[in-house]
Design a protein around this ligand. Structure first.
Ligand SMILES: C[S@@+](CC[C@H](N)C(=O)[O-])C[C@H]1O[C@@H](n2cnc3c(N)ncnc32)[C@H](O)[C@@H]1O
Length: 209
């Protein structure tokens, strides 16, 4: 699904247009919740071609980790980081974050932009992300409206017909927040668009890691 051709196309698109609207909102909200990001560390899970990574580094973060299941996307994010001159402050981790998380150190900020909707086990993915967020976690995921659930059912139907293993998952937004709350993270920002919810949560108790 997230192969070389798609990665090249998305990197070209990102270079022309920058981050999309929801991603820009997420970055601003994360920066707001973290009282600025200068000097902070971050983990961007499923970052694709790295829109969040490039923007956070441009705003002065110190170090980052890009963790992605797609080698093609990880390579595209790294190529752009090299072009921008900050790749030496990045760590790249390839594979399913749920399995690879124990290789990743905690960071001030953790982001997941449109990743939860690619993964069946939302509590496992968000749990692994949440325990590594020292201050702030931001994510974008489908709002879960009835209209959207119907659309996704159609997409998944055609995926099954094509015998393609990729599925889209619309997890219950209340359950998403409940999982984060169980890890000591509570809402600091929420904004709904037509399709996507931008949610930022902050740690109210001591960090678990
Ligand atoms: C829909 S793309 C979103 C990419 C980017 N965040 C954006 O919004 O443009 C989903 C990304 O999440 C990655 N991904 C999905 N499940 C993952 C997992 N369990 N661990 C790590 N990466 C994952 C995919 O490889 C892909 O890069």
């Amino acid at each position: 699904m997230f192969g070389d051709r798609m990665a090249r196309r998305q990197l070209r698109h990102y270079r022309r247009k920058g981050p999309g609207r929801a991603t820009r909102r997420l970055i601003d909200a994360v920066a707001g919740a973290s009282a600025g990001v200068a000097g902070a560390t971050f983990i961007d899970i499923g970052g694709g071609v790295g829109a969040i990574q490039h923007e956070l580094m441009a705003r002065g973060t110190a170090r980052g980790t890009s963790a992605d299941a797609s080698p093609a996307y990880l390579a595209a994010a790294r190529a752009e980081a090299e072009a921008r001159g900050y790749a030496d402050r990045m760590t790249y981790v390839e594979g399913d974050f749920v399995r690879e998380a124990n290789k990743v150190e905690a960071a001030d900020i953790v982001t997941l932009d449109r990743v939860v909707c690619c993964y069946p086990d939302m509590p496992a993915l968000l749990g692994a992300a949440a325990v590594r967020a020292r201050r702030t976690l931001g994510l974008i995921f489908p709002r879960g409206t009835r209209f959207m659930r119907s659309g996704v059912a159609v997409v998944n139907f055609f995926q099954r017909l094509r015998r393609h293993p990729f599925r889209v998952y619309v997890h219950d937004p209340d359950q998403v927040e409940a999982v984060l709350a169980r890890h000591g993270l509570s809402r600091s920002y929420l904004r709904d668009g037509m399709v996507w919810r931008v949610l930022v949560v902050v740690r109210d108790g001591p960090s678990l890691s």
